[in-house]
Design a protein around this ligand. Structure first.
Ligand code: ZN
Length: 283
């Protein structure tokens, strides 16, 4: 689309995305998650309260718009005519771009009051934004994540995370893709971020399922398995029945990356993909 990391999608590509989502639903729907769908924007306040700006300021996107008068509009047009920086005439709105699909879930669950004994299980699907322009087609600036999010006790969330680690691998293997699961860290910003990354690795909080797409040496994370401890429980005052801060975990499928991996390994003509892969995907 004239910007690194922004892509349109063809009908054929979207059909594969739909079938990937359907395959995830076959595995996840029997758990009866509550389905929630959020727009690709969240409140700017949500970005603040979640702690995102403290850890990942370099990835965040905020929506700006024009709030000026007729006079300022004329100045804006003059700036456009001169080929100058017209964005100076803009100011920030209340909207930020969704950085991870599950960010809409925590304030929503928090607003309902204390969790039940069963905790909460939510199915999410949203466009996300990250400010990391790249010519690697597997590193998009705007992409979709299909997630399941679990909130509850430490035990409930760890059981969920471990269950999805084996399910995630089984799903990707059923697509005929080579994969590996490895410990991972989030791209925390700056010097303080190095410490956070070390902690995250030592405490086994994040794992990624990797599939070679553009490089064998540096395979691409197609699914991530995240245990947040009580980070979001505290940030949003979500409590378990015992009145403790809730723990949370999420599994996120990068559906565009999985589709790219399928095209990379099985070819551009879906009709020529292995029969068993097409059967699993219903293609
Ligand atoms: Zn998540």
């Amino acid at each position: 689309m004239g910007v690194d990391g922004l892509y349109g999608r063809s009908g054929a590509f979207e059909h594969v995305i739909d079938r990937i989502n359907a395959a995830i639903s076959v595995i996840g729907d029997p758990d009866r998650p509550e389905v929630m769908r959020f727009p690709p924007g969240i409140g700017k306040w949500q970005l603040e309260q979640s702690g995102y700006m403290r850890k990942f300021p370099q990835l965040a996107g905020t929506v700006y718009s024009f709030f000026g008068s007729d006079h300022e509009h004329r100045a804006l047009i003059e700036m456009l005519d001169k080929g100058g920086d017209w964005t100076e005439a803009q100011a920030t709105t209340q909207v930020a771009l969704t950085p991870a699909a599950c960010y809409g879930v925590y304030p929503t669950v928090a607003a309902r009051g204390r969790l039940s004994d069963d905790g909460a299980l939510v199915d999410i699907y949203a466009f996300c934004f990250r400010n990391e322009p790249s010519i690697d087609p597997a590193r998009m600036q705007m992409f979709r994540q299909r997630e399941h999010v679990r909130l509850g006790t430490h035990e409930q969330t760890v059981v969920f995370r471990d269950l999805w680690m084996s399910r995630g691998r089984a799903i990707i293997e059923s697509f005929g893709l080579p994969c590996d699961v490895a410990a991972a860290t989030d791209p925390f910003f700056g010097r303080a971020g190095k410490l956070l990354a070390t902690q995250q690795r030592e405490e086994h909080l994040k794992f990624e399922l990797l599939v070679p797409i553009t490089s064998k040496e540096e395979p691409t994370a197609c699914v991530s398995f995240n245990y947040h401890r009580d980070l979001f429980g505290r940030a949003w005052s979500i409590e378990t029945t015992a009145g403790e801060p809730a723990h949370s975990a999420c599994v996120g499928f990068g559906v565009e990356r999985i589709a790219l991996a399928l095209f990379k390994h099985h070819g551009f003509a879906v009709k020529d993909w292995p029969r068993d892969v097409r059967d699993v995907l219903g293609l």
